[in-house]
Design a protein around this ligand. Sequence first.
Ligand SMILES: [Zn+2]
Ligand SMILES: [Zn+2]
Length: 424
Amino acid sequence: MSFPRLLSVLLVLLTAFSSGAQPAPARPAPGKPLTVYFFDVGQGDAALIVSPTGKTVLIDGGPPEAGEHLASRIKQLVHAPLDLVILTHPHLDHLGSLRDALQAVGAKRFMDPGFDHPSEAYRNLLEFVGKEVDQVMTPEPNPQAPDTFLTVGLGEGVVLTVYWPRFPREPFLKNTRSDANSNSIVTRLTYGKTAFFFTGDSEKDTEEALLRQRTDFTSTVLKVAHHGGKHSSTKEFLEAVKPKAAVISCSHDNEYGHPTAEALERLSAVGAKVFRTDLNGEVQAVSDGVNVTLQAEKGSRSKLTVPGEVKPLGSSSSPAPAAAPTPKPTGGAAATQPPNKPGGETVQTGYKPPVSAPAPAPAPNKAQAPAPSAGQKFVSLKGSAVFHREDCGTLKRAKTKERTVYTSRATAARERRPAEDCKP
Ligand SMILES: [Zn+2]
Ligand SMILES: [Zn+2]
């Protein structure tokens, strides 16, 4: 089965840290908040990030019945196409209203784990996304720096780092309780001393894989995995994240018993103050780079301010350098720039800059490494087992318009054989 799917690697580099003359950590510009909205979508997840410079990232789109609510909230908060939409994993309670969200304001990029899932809802979403979104990608580590994590710069020093999955660098987790859950896209959003950890429905196996990365996961706010299910939020993981506040997204009286007493106990053991969308409605968390203030729509815990205790990026000696120098494009090549350097935001793919990418800033230093297939796309016709170079004559002669476009040969080769005619 063929999904319209442009896959590529997204790497982004960051911008101005208006440094407040202090030694590290650099202070974000005062008055420029980073806001995360945890929407009340019932039994499911949907969170919107709005960066200090107005960059927007939607993580998940709730269950189908939340469509109207989600679309209207997004229309109120977002006035341009979403910069990035992340589907953490292909379950209906995360993708059910994504189409409504996308139709509300549009989106420039879509990322999902790239983990095969047979559901019709997922297939339909991919078809829609393939037509409506410029760039569709998986969180593939940059082939030029495969040991680093993929990072997305959102301006003012705000960085979204993707920790899982790391296919093809590391295999997907298999034979777990739920492979779809276990391969959820896991990200951490950092701003000054504050951080947010987004888990999707990741489970114990994911948490073990994350802990093996031996990097700093300390986060001020944790979006609790799997709606507070008992197979997630292990003691070891929570002790690594050290959340001051935790948000659980679930519906009142849901049939799964979410959140579970086990998860709530483990959260309480690490001192996390819990917000729940079933009791608190929408939860908004605002970071000024030093503290995070969480405000709930309703319920007894309506407002809480917690201090961030996150080490600034680049200051840790973790073996996998999170957002340390990240490649950026210079006419198809890659180069690096320290994350805290003032400059324009840059988006980069390992192979070809996206159509909508801002112009690359001059790259001050090192690591020129053009991908072997820089700029080249690969195309499969519907139902075909092979892929072609995009300029192959066979494609021009083919009657079917339904085709799958790959921005990397590696991705194409995972799904199809190279065609004999153009030998891509
Ligand atoms: Zn799930
Ligand atoms: Zn879920």
